[in-house]
Design a protein around this ligand. Structure first.
Ligand code: ADP
Ligand code: MG
Length: 320
């Protein structure tokens, strides 16, 4: 378990991470979602003790990173794939890591096998492709057989096969009961991987919710309508107590409406429809809405710093 308590990081005037309080639990994949610059990497660096918090606290199984004996056996992380010493071969890179963390040499072969790098183990890491570099970074994270794993944007720049592999790896690590914390700026990626979501924007916590709840609360269904008799249809709908919203491109939208109902109303009044289609708002849109409003909130800031943002229509839980 990773526990953050009021975690804050300032760089001069810039508040990169603003009063984050949440817990990352074992047995599931927790997605850490936020637009670029939201503070994800800074948060992860503080978890690993690579950056000192300005305020607040973060603990790994109740202990600060610096207080862990052989930390690689508690928490493994992939922060930056390029952090590998390019002149060393993959085996030696991992062997050095193992030796400085009291991990047996045999484990190096095991993790090379897990990430599929056995055949290139004696090749220099600087000749590795981005995907191979990511795999080597992940091998390093797995080396100490830790109960907690953290991956910062692991699928960035990977081909579809590599992305698929990483997704399955994270799920299987969680299924083994481990704590898996993975960041991304892509909702579409998280939707396929994460069981739980922590969303941040401008360093602030915006949501801490199960993926299922997020989907349920954000899969807005609506009916899209196009008609050459726009004003007439609006009148008819209004008369029937149906609220239609005019959107760009000459279309109308009815939230939660039934296409059958709207189609029959239109037919009864002999209104021509060019389109009548049920739609589902994407999670990507929900994410954009959520984080866009965090920017707005920031612009005319009236609440005290760190107050939960609650005026974006959702009913987000702040579990903790
Ligand atoms: P993310 O990983 O979500 O894209 P980061 O944690 O990298 O976001 O960055 C959060 C904010 O903090 C950004 O505005 C970034 O410019 C700023 N920042 C990050 N590291 C530093 C640093 N070492 N010095 C100054 N500003 C920084
Ligand atoms: Mg980052």
């Amino acid at each position: 378990m990773i526990e953050l308590d009021g975690l804050t990081k300032r760089y001069g005037e810039k508040v990169a991470v603003n009063n984050l309080t949440f817990a990352v639990r074992p047995g599931i994949v927790t997605g850490f979602l936020g637009p670029n610059g939201a503070g994800k990497s800074t948060t992860m660096r503080m978890i690993l003790g690579l950056d000192r918090p300005t305020a607040g606290d973060v603990r790994i199984d109740g202990t600060h990173y610096d207080g862990l004996r052989d930390p690689l056996t508690y928490i493994g992380a992939l922060l930056d794939a390029k952090a590998v010493h390019g002149g060393r071969n993959a085996f030696n890179h991992l062997l050095c890591l193992a030796q400085s963390n009291g991990i047996p040499r045999a484990r190096v072969d095991e993790v090379l096998d897990t990430v599929g790098l056995t055949s290139v183990a004696r090749k220099k890491a600087k000749g590795f492709s981005l995907g191979m570099g990511q795999r080597l970074g992940i091998a390093g994270a797995l080396l100490g057989d830790p109960r907690i794993l953290m991956f910062d944007e692991p699928v960035n720049g990977l081909d579809p096969e590599g992305i698929h592999w990483i997704r399955n790896l994270m799920k299987s690590l969680a299924a083994q009961g481990r704590t898996v914390f993975v960041s991304s700026h892509l909702m579409s990626e998280m939707a396929l991987t994460a069981d739980h979501l922590v969303v941040i924007g401008q360093g602030r916590l915006l949501a801490d919710t199960s993926m299922a709840d997020f989907i349920q609360q954000n899969s807005r269904s609506y009916v899209r309508i196009r008609t050459p008799q726009r004003e007439r249809l609006l009148d008819v709908l209004r008369g029937a107590g149906v609220v239609a919203v005019e959107t760009g491109g000459g279309t109308l939208e009815v939230d939660g409406g039934k296409p059958e109902h709207i189609g029959e109303l239109a037919a009864r009044h002999q209104i021509v429809l060019h389109e009548l289609s049920p739609q589902q708002a994407s999670l990507e849109e929900a994410f954009m809405r959520l984080t866009a409003e965090s920017v707005e909130y920031h612009a005319h800031d009236t609440a005290p710093p760190g107050a939960p943002v609650q005026d974006w229509g959702g009913d987000w839980k702040r579990e903790g």
